[in-house]
Unconditional design. Structure first.
Length: 318
């Protein structure tokens, strides 16, 4: 079971990387500037991601068939807080970290939606896939609001920027709340197709636009990065891709939660850093270099770490 899960995971991550390389090559040919990156950023945060969250929750989200459904969104918050605690515990002993907020966010928050969605058809057949997607959406119910509150606070606090309460009321959070309301009251089935289809179409742009944006961040910042910038990126990668999933696997081994809970915990813990981190960090010539390096390294090493830790899951539950 260990090697079977490793092979399945490698297939899934290979598909994602081929898509990401294509996006990188396209972006590198465009020679993106700051105005281009700002436009892509606003398109993702204000339109594509809110449409994806609302459409997913309003039309695909159900809780009737999931026992203790409320546990899954709390798990996501717990994973993020645990990752942040690990990062700040490390920084307590290492005073050389340049941007503590960005460092903490890169360790705490992972690609919790897009990559697992790409993996799902590899792991599950047509009979079990809908159930897994349901708990995946449940798991990520609070992940976007948590990111656009806690992560925004961490980054801005690190940079000495004062933020107001209204800064937390942003399109992804509003879309999540509205989508949840539509799901709970069953209103999603009554939204006219002429409305829901354009929303769904815009939502499908969230993943490729995020890849293009990160590709632009890497293209414009990696060539300028110095050794000191890579130093923090390597530390983030070791914590995010090795130390944290090891700790989660240890917890799963001791507690032995139900199979799907164990799957989500291990799968989410080993995911690379969230692409959206590049959207909220200040473009000050320092943050984006660290973020670009950390994203590049965590995604590259995930070719090895995701199959490895999913193999551990297969051994635990096989």
């Amino acid at each position: 079971m260990f090697f079977k899960m490793m092979l399945l995971s490698f297939r899934g991550i290979s598909v994602v990387f081929i898509t990401g390389i294509g996006g990188y090559l396209i972006i590198s040919g465009l020679k993106p500037n700051r105005q281009y990156m700002d436009f892509i950023s606003k398109l993702i945060i204000r339109i594509a991601l809110p449409c994806l969250m609302f459409y997913t929750l309003a039309t695909k989200f159900t809780i009737e068939d999931v026992e203790f459904w409320w546990v899954y969104p709390l798990m996501a918050v717990a994973i993020n807080l645990a990752g942040a605690s690990l990062a700040y515990a490390y920084m307590f002993f290492d005073n050389t970290v340049k941007r503590r907020g960005e460092f903490g966010v890169l360790v705490a928050f992972q690609n919790g939606v897009f990559l697992p969605l790409a993996f799902a058809p590899v792991f599950f057949d047509s009979g079990t896939l809908p159930y897994f997607l349901n708990i995946l959406f449940l798991y990520n119910l609070l992940s976007v609001p948590t990111f656009f509150t806690l992560a925004v606070w961490m980054v801005n606090r690190s940079g000495g920027i004062n933020i107001r309460l209204r800064d937390f009321i942003n399109p992804p959070i509003v879309a999540t709340v509205l989508g949840l309301i539509f799901a709970i009251f069953g209103w999603g089935a009554y939204v006219p197709e002429i409305v829901i289809k354009p929303i769904a179409a815009m939502g499908t742009l969230a993943t490729p636009l995020s890849m293009f944006f990160v590709g632009g961040v890497i293209v414009t910042n990696i060539p300028k990065a110095k050794a000191v910038d890579w130093r923090d990126a390597v530390k983030i990668t070791l914590l995010k891709s090795l130390a944290f999933p090891l700790l989660v696997c240890l917890v799963v081994l001791i507690v032995r939660p139900p199979e799907y809970v164990g799957l989500l915990l291990i799968l989410e813990s080993v995911m690379p850093s969230a692409l959206m981190i590049a959207l909220i960090a200040p473009d000050d010539g320092v943050s984006h270099k660290i973020i670009a390096g950390a994203l590049l390294l965590t995604y590259l090493i995930s070719i090895i770490t995701i199959p490895l830790f999913m193999g551990v899951y297969g051994a635990l539950y096989g």
